[in-house]
Design a protein around this ligand. Sequence first.
Ligand code: SIN
Length: 288
Amino acid sequence: MEVEPVTAIIGADIRGADLENLSDSQFAEIEQAFTDYLVIFFRDQPPLSPEAHVAFAKRFGELHMHPIAPGPNGHPEIMTIHADANSKYADGNNWHTDVSCDVEPPLGSCLQLRVLPAVGGDTLFANMYSAYETLSPMMQNFLSDKTAIHESEHVYRGRYADRGVDDTGKVYPSAEHPVVRTHPRSLRQTLYVNPSFTTKINGLTTAESKAILQMLYAHQQRPEFQVRFKWSENAIAFWDNRCTQHFAIWDYWPNERQGHRVTVKGERPFHEEREVAKTSLRVSRRHD
Ligand code: SIN
């Protein structure tokens, strides 16, 4: 197996991995690459059966069930990612981290795409450690004890009606999370607000919260924190939702794009100040 970084701070291609027959040491190498590079890509893959896809994701932990998105028949633990000429929405077409409205939001998501448009449909991933680390110490300090509300009704209500989902009476999840979250494995701090689900920073006025969130979103979206993944048929991306955000670009309408996502359950986000060893995967803080 070979692991090759694709930018200086986020993303690695892993070649030569047989995801259906991984030894424990190969899995440990993949898990380490996931921690180090935040999103890992596998291109040379066969189409995974639902069982094989689920089995691979389960090596990272218990699976997460999406609050509303439908999966293929008989597989509620799989989310079908699909858009075509009839779609009113395409999943992930805005910066977000998956289902951050849950009290225990996902650890990571493993997506394999089967049907691709001839061009377009790339996914952007951004490094939220770097977003945090490039804020001024004064802003880091200001945010360190703040929590924010993450809601989902505005995202999900009616969203899957075109796939036959009737959500009348459904109560959608919401949660409060630290704005600066400690990654449980790396122990590094990561900026954990996103424009899809985060609606307010607690303790600030509505105007203050809006201004700070707008500033943070603009900062998080800087291109130097990003990798852009150009999909190929049956490619897999597995991203860490705790320290990244992603944006699935819907620039291919009326063409079709389809795949399956299996999501791994995470823990309740926490914030804890700790000194951690610096790694090479950092961008320097710039003050102007
Ligand atoms: C998502 O899970 O947010 C969709 C990602 C993608 O379709 O590339």
